[in-house]
Write a protein that binds this ligand. Structure first.
Ligand SMILES: Nc1nc2c(c(=O)[nH]1)N[C@H]1C(S)=C(S)[C@@H](COP(=O)(O)O)O[C@H]1N2
Ligand SMILES: [Mo]
Length: 563
């Protein structure tokens, strides 16, 4: 059995505190990744609140007011710190006591997390990760603090980085010297009562307190806790915004759109649904970390070539007449047949209306919109003002915008590729001119203007798949936003073009499903091609163009094996 009598109190407390900090920070980090509500400290806090008798709760609210939660969390952290310090003391005596103490911590955390309403089994992961890493940290710190005393390197002062007598002295330093005290003199260990040798016995091992080992280890532990804690806090900022998002009450549109007619969706398995589920909606942006914008802090500034600069808060926006629109968004980087396209029902206010309030000056032709993370798009003024449903959108498919898709507010402009129109997390619109300002992608080789090109895609059968011979459904989507799709044709093995059957489309701003029901597939390899014709009478060119600078062209062509 080890004795801790030679490890000073401060040292064992430090071991416990650093291990405890590691536990809290790692669990915060993992909670940030898994589920911020599963941070055990907060879960314990919430459990305490729930278990507190009402009179005590009322007293706390009366006494601490709005900071009652802060006081509670501070209290929990203080208790944690005290327990952690005691745990360090126990660990120095016998590591198993310390590990058992940490496990006890973990148990409290797990129970608190699992008894939270709506919790799931994965919510224990942050607690377990925190406690697990803290156990490793505790063991490591204890080992660094207690080195084998019969190690000649230690007993003779040869600790790496220490020299001569100072090294020997710190091995034997039973009581902490004030930081300002001079280095102990050679033989300082002799200040000890000779009857208690400055070493301890652990089993057969002689153990001595290594102050330098502990302090360097503690610095490492604090660094680990600091980094994990900061990263965890950043991720939990997401939690705050997701809570704020959950609290947004979407206003009713002035003229609600009719429910989508059943005819927009052919309901064919494997065919893109007319409304893209939020989780399947493509995401394209330059953000490494998705901007977390709290609607309470959000403002939109409209300035530049306007008569009256405007600044709108989120509340201001929600007070305006609310518009609903079905719009298919598409990325200029979508290869022919590619996935970067999605359709949603957006809720927002008229961008043109807001601009009219600001009074756009006659010679302005560009809106340079900027996102919270500094990305920019340049949108033609005439397109936004021509009566189409150009929106400052805050709703998507009946819910507040997902954070990935621009919460709290983004632009949506039917008919333009996203890179020139669909600014997510938009906070600033400068009314300007194309010959004065450039948006993010323009100097990077992309066209300043980006109207969406008429395109079509085969979803079924899958390219490269094998299908049984006989009647085979060929189906897909076609789009020509703000013009409308008038026809889709399909041909097999470069034979005759055949008219596909079109699903309905509520407006010209969305894509349109199409299907060819009666292809009689014969055994062998076949190519299938598709082309759309839009309402201006233009039929998609078969000439292949790359995505840069202004969008790909060509007919989507697939190959299938018929068995
Ligand atoms: N802030 C910001 N907004 C942005 C972008 C971006 O990089 N940053 N990318 C744009 C591009 S290129 C496209 S295609 C659309 C994609 O929108 P989505 O991610 O909601 O599908 O967002 C646009 N808005
Ligand atoms: Mo894009």
């Amino acid at each position: 059995m080890q004795s801790n009598r030679r490890v000073p109190l401060w040292a064992s407390a430090l071991i416990g505190l650093v291990s405890g900090a590691v536990a809290v920070a790692v669990s915060l980090l993992v909670a940030g990744l898994v589920n911020p509500a599963a941070f055990p400290v907060v879960a314990v806090g919430n459990a305490v609140v729930d278990l507190t008798p009402a009179p005590l709760k009322e007293w706390a609210i009366r006494t601490f007011g709005e900071s009652d939660k802060t006081v509670l969390l501070a209290g929990i952290l203080l208790i944690l710190a005290a327990v952690a310090a005691a745990l360090g003391r126990a660990a120095v005596r016998d590591l198993r006591y310390g590990l058992a103490g940490l496990a006890g911590f973990g148990l409290v955390g797990v129970v608190a997390v699992l008894t939270r309403p709506g919790s799931g089994l994965t919510d224990v992961v942050p607690t377990l990760a925190g406690v697990g890493v803290a156990m490793l940290a505790l063991r490591w710190l204890v080992r660094r603090s207690l080195v084998p005393a019969d190690d000649p390197a230690v007993s003779h002062g040869g600790v790496p980085g220490a020299v001569g007598a100072a090294g020997a002295a710190h091995v034997t330093g039973a009581a902490p010297l004030p930081e300002t005290s001079p280095e102990p003199l050679p033989g300082a260990g002799e200040r000890h009562d000779p009857s208690t040798p400055p070493v301890m016995r652990a089993g057969n091992d002689l153990r001595a307190f290594d102050r330098r080992g502990l302090l360097t280890g503690a610095v490492g532990g604090v660094a680990l806790a600091g980094i994990a804690g900061l990263a965890g806090r950043a991720l939990s900022g997401q939690a705050e915004v997701s809570v704020a998002r959950g609290a947004v009450l979407l206003p009713r549109p002035a003229k609600p759109l009719a429910a989508l007619p059943a005819g927009v969706d052919l309901r064919i398995k494997g065919l893109s649904p007319f409304v893209t589920p939020d989780n399947d909606f493509y995401r394209v942006d330059t953000a490494l970390v998705v901007p977390q914008v709290d609607p309470r802090d959000w403002t939109l500034t409209i300035h530049g070539m306007v008569d009256r600069p405007v600044e709108l808060t989120f509340a201001d926006l929600m007070k305006r007449a609310v518009v609903e629109a079905d719009v298919t968004l598409c990325c200029v980087s979508n290869e022919v047949g590619g996935p970067y396209i999605g359709n949603a029902r957006w809720l927002g206010v008229s961008l043109a209306g807001v601009l009219r309030d600001a009074g756009v000056q006659k010679d302005a032709d560009m809106l340079l919109s900027t996102s919270a993370d500094g990305w920019t798009a340049g949108t033609p003024v005439d397109v936004v003002m021509d009566g189409r449903d150009a929106l400052l959108a805050f709703g998507m498919n009946g819910r507040p915008l997902p954070v990935d898709h621009g919460f709290p507010v983004r632009q949506v402009v039917p008919g333009l590729y996203g890179y020139v129109s669909a600014t997510k997390w938009v906070t600033d619109i400068k009314v300007t001119r194309f010959d004065r300002d450039e948006a993010y992608w323009t100097p990077r080789g992309w066209s300043a203007k980006g109207p969406i090109k008429t395109e079509s895609r085969i979803d079924l059968p899958r390219d490269g798949s094998t299908v049984p011979a006989g009647k085979t459904v060929v189906a897909g989507v076609a789009w020509a936003q703000h013009k409308g799709v008038d026809a889709v044709e399909v041909r097999v093995d470069q034979g005759q073009w055949r008219q596909a059957r079109l699903a309905e489309a509520p407006t010209a701003d969305t894509w349109r499903q199409w299907v060819l029901d009666d292809w009689d597939a014969t055994p062998g390899s076949h190519t299938i091609e598709v082309r759309a014709t839009d309402a201006t009478g233009y039929t998609q060119t078969g000439d292949r163009a790359p995505i840069a600078p202004d969008g790909a062209t060509g007919w989507h062509t697939i190959t299938v094996e018929v068995a």
